[in-house]
Design a protein around this ligand. Structure first.
Ligand SMILES: Nc1ncnc2c1ncn2[C@@H]1O[C@H](COP(=O)(O)OP(=O)(O)OP(=O)(O)O)[C@@H](O)[C@H]1O
Ligand SMILES: [Mg+2]
Length: 291
């Protein structure tokens, strides 16, 4: 059986036969603000929480900015900085050269240690924009994936410019084509609880869910995908704190890892939806094989 790498995105792994295939390149496509960075960070931090290493490849933002952003979302990256979380800042006009020359050397030096590593490229869009020439684009993206896949799963985010519901823009077809798997995030700014959705465009070697799945953000926890049919339980005036306390008690009782308890606690403090957190909590428990 193929080993599956858990994404750490709650509710997602059950849609992809338990997780991602090691050393595959995954692309997360979505327009600005859909949650690509959150998605990528959650994936990275899940590995780190489980003793793996993380490599964050950035183009525009500095590691300091990214760690600050992560902190606001509830992830303490600083604690891991340069211990099991590393950054490569590919900046300036020279990144073509960096991808072709420095990156392979760097990866080679690391791969000798044989430590499980998750790689995030967020955003990968500047690589696409680096050249108009399709052939060159293809070579550059291909090289980036090929080089970094040596370390583990590579997750790259790509910005799309089409509106929700429209077909995928031409500028993102190449990364989609070159990736082993693609998640598509959409945001319908029409209000309502489930105006953010995820669908899986492709996942090589995997029987994946084919629906459109609503997801929510929860600070400290990240993205929770509703992989089950939507069934709204809106009970008025219900005290959700009680549900969280119950969940925390259960988590402690079954000796769930400390970070799971911390996350549920953070979730309790930040829950501002007008529906019960029971389902989201169930998805989280399921993800950890807890009941
Ligand atoms: N805990 C949260 N609760 C509610 N909304 C959140 C939470 N975390 C993130 N968001 C929302 O998600 C939005 C975008 O998140 P994120 O930065 O991951 O998107 P992105 O797709 O990477 O955007 P960009 O293309 O601009 O980089 C934020 O603007 C914020 O409104
Ligand atoms: Mg982003």
């Amino acid at each position: 059986m193929v080993e599956r790498i858990k994404t750490g995105i709650y509710g997602l792994d059950q849609l992809i036969e338990g997780g991602l295939i090691d050393k595959s390149a995954i692309v997360v496509v979505g327009s600005s603000g859909t949650g690509k960075t959150t998605f990528a960070m959650q994936f990275l931090m899940h590995g780190i929480d489980n003793g793996e290493q993380g490599l964050y490849v950035t183009m525009e933002e500095s590691p300091e900015q990214i760690m600050k952003e992560a902190k606001m979302m509830g992830w303490d990256m600083e604690k891991h900085y340069e211990k099991n979380l590393f950054f490569i800042h590919l900046k300036g006009k020279n990144f073509k050269k960096m991808i072709e020359e420095q990156l392979p050397q760097l990866v080679k030096a690391r791969s000798d240690y044989d430590i499980k590593t998750r790689v995030v490229i967020d955003p990968m869009t500047p690589v696409i924009w680096a050249t108009e020439n399709k052939l060159e684009q293809r070579e550059l993206i291909g090289k980036l994936f090929y080089t970094l896949k040596e370390l583990g799963v590579v997750m790259a985010t790509v910005e799309e410019h089409s509106k929700p519901g429209e077909t995928i823009g031409e500028d993102v077809l190449l990364p989609i084509y070159l990736a082993d798997g693609v998640f598509h995030l959409e945001y319908y700014p029409i209000g309502g609880a489930f105006n953010r959705t995820l669908n899986i465009i492709k996942m090589r070697g995997t029987q994946h869910g084919e629906g459109v799945y609503p997801y929510i953000f929860s600070r400290g926890v990240g993205i929770v995908v509703r992989a089950y049919p939507v069934e709204k339980t809106e009970e008025e005036g219900k005290d959700y704190d009680k549900i969280f306390d119950e969940a925390i008690k259960t988590a402690k009782f079954i000796k769930a890892p400390e970070y799971v308890i911390e996350r549920i606690t953070a979730m309790k403090e930040n829950w501002n939806y007008d529906y019960s957190p029971e389902e989201a909590l169930q998805i989280i428990f399921d993800s950890y094989g807890l009941k």
